[in-house]
Design a protein around this ligand. Structure first.
Ligand SMILES: Cc1cc2nc3c(=O)[nH]c(=O)nc-3n(C[C@H](O)[C@H](O)[C@H](O)COP(=O)(O)OP(=O)(O)OC[C@H]3O[C@@H](n4cnc5c(N)ncnc54)[C@H](O)[C@@H]3O)c2cc1C
Length: 439
């Protein structure tokens, strides 16, 4: 079976969060959407602690916070807590004045169960008439910078005037097909995580970290996705995992030993044995020029932001809104103007590199963290990050002036964190004592 260009207006590759969100927005705008998803939902979806800008984006998809809470698919998140191994801790929460006029910011956001969220979004997409095809895109036919057709594993040839690549950070189909330039941040990282039933609910996302001198940071997340279920994950560099594996440790050993460094997490292992943690590896990166004449890249296929930023879900849903808006706006022209593609790419790149540079320089790397202390470094990262996300939501900088101004502010903040990091490293007492990022 082949499809002709008139059967669907848009083909979306990937039925993860970004792809389904884009499909819903496009279908609402009156476009006929085919979404191709390679795998059945695995239950291994990550991205459970949401930033404060995410609830409005979920509501726009038909899932207000109250519905998600009432369905038992989410818990409220009011703050983030950073706990260090020495027992010190800091709570990060948006200031109460943000709730009052003229800001009216909701000080709550959510932790979500990604499996049930994926099911709810899929149902909404189907209700809006999105056709979901279970198949895998294996080839992309191009004409210059244009995408002409896709070939699937089952041998279908899919043609449509418009395409969205939402194939995630591993596949990145269009960035690979068009050899899009990429900026990478930090080392390869690995996350190992599992779920535990707990007797009583905890509030907020808790990050646990040890910060030995002059080392790249590793950390543990604890996220209450249901009243009695916590997601607990360990994140470190690929090199550190390799080193531990070479010393004979299994993934389970690594997971258990790293969590057991923190007394509140030790009791998790009393009730649950054996554990089969999930594992994923990733590299934070941002592609440049993530759109062409008849296609856009959204979600992690376009940019992967570090999980510690809790910003991947917001970015994925934001890209979905902006990409579908552009297609709806220019649908009759059947081509995106060059300026629109440039501005979209600029926004994707400047937001993602702002978050990635900030978290790498301020939290993961040692110079700033050691100079001002990890708890204060947490403030130095979170305050501008929250503010920029909030401003982005309010200003919605889609035009030339908005995108340029916003891009310049983000670039200045990025440069500031690079300069401060350089100065801290320069003035650290004994630079020669620096060690490699293997803990
Ligand atoms: C360890 C970890 C922790 C994270 N924690 C957080 C967090 O706490 N908060 C947060 O906001 N974000 C977090 N994130 C980021 C967040 O999970 C992602 O940003 C978000 O899920 C991106 O979704 P996506 O739709 O772009 O990609 P994906 O969810 O990866 O979806 C891509 C889809 O495309 C499909 N696909 C791939 N190739 C093909 C093909 N050839 N044909 C058809 N279909 C294909 C895949 O099957 C998949 O379903 C985390 C990420 C990681 C790695």
């Amino acid at each position: 079976m082949n499809t002709n260009p008139d059967q669907h207006d848009v083909t979306v590759i990937g039925g993860g969060l970004a792809g389904i969100a884009a499909s819903i927005h496009l279908a609402r705008a009156g476009l006929r959407v085919l979404c191709i998803e390679g795998d059945a939902p695995s239950g291994d979806e990550v991205g459970e602690s949401l930033d404060w800008s995410a609830p409005a984006l979920l509501e726009a998809l038909g899932l207000p916070m109250e519905t998600l809470i009432a369905q038992g698919n989410a818990t409220y998140k009011r703050h983030v807590i950073l706990k260090l191994q020495d027992g010190s801790e800091q709570h990060y929460e948006p200031s109460a004045w943000l709730e009052r006029a003229p800001f009216h910011v909701d000080l709550r956001t959510l932790h979500v169960d990604r499996s049930t969220l994926a099911k709810s979004l899929r149902e909404i997409a189907l209700q809006h008439g999105v056709k979901i095809l279970t198949d895998k895109v294996v080839d992309i036919e191009k004409r210059g910078r244009e995408v002409v057709a896709l070939t699937t594993h089952q041998g279908l040839q899919i043609r449509s005037p418009w395409f969205i690549d939402a194939s995630g950070g591993t596949a990145r189909l269009f960035p690979r097909a068009f050899d899009l330039p990429v900026d990478e941040y930090g080392p390869n990282k690995v996350a190992i995580w599992s779920y535990f039933t707990v007797p009583e609910s905890i509030e907020g996302t808790t990050l646990y970290a040890t910060v030995p001198r002059r080392t790249y940071m590793d950390w543990v997340w604890q996220i209450p996705i249901h009243a009695n279920t916590v997601s607990v994950g360990y994140v470190t560099t690929g090199d550190a995992i390799k080193h531990m594996r070479q010393s004979g440790l299994t993934v389970c050993d690594i997971y258990e030993s790293q969590l057991s460094r923190f007394p509140p997490l030790q009791k998790l292992f009393l009730n649950k044995k054996p554990i089969s943690p999930r594992v994923t590896s990733f590299r934070c990166r941002v592609h440049r020029k993530v759109s062409g004449p008849n296609w856009l890249v959204v979600g992690e296929a376009a940019s992967m932001v570090d999980p510690m930023t809790s910003n991947g879900v917001t970015s994925a849903m934001r890209h979905a809104v902006e990409a579908s808006h552009l297609i709806a706006k220019y649908r009759r022209r059947r081509r995106l103007p060059y300026l629109a593609t440039t501005l979209y790419s600029w926004r994707v790149r400047s937001m993602a590199s702002f978050f990635n540079v900030g978290i790498e320089k301020v939290m993961y790397d040692w110079p700033i963290r050691e100079q001002i202390g990890p708890l204060t470094a947490g403030d130095m990262y979170t305050i501008p990050a929250w503010l920029m996300n909030l401003l982005y939501t309010r200003i919605n900088p889609t035009g030339l002036v908005g995108t340029a101004l916003f891009g310049l502010v983000l670039a200045s903040l990025r440069s500031a964190s690079r300069i401060v990091s350089w100065l801290c490293r320069r003035f650290a007492s004994s630079p020669s004592a620096a060690v490699s990022p293997v803990s």
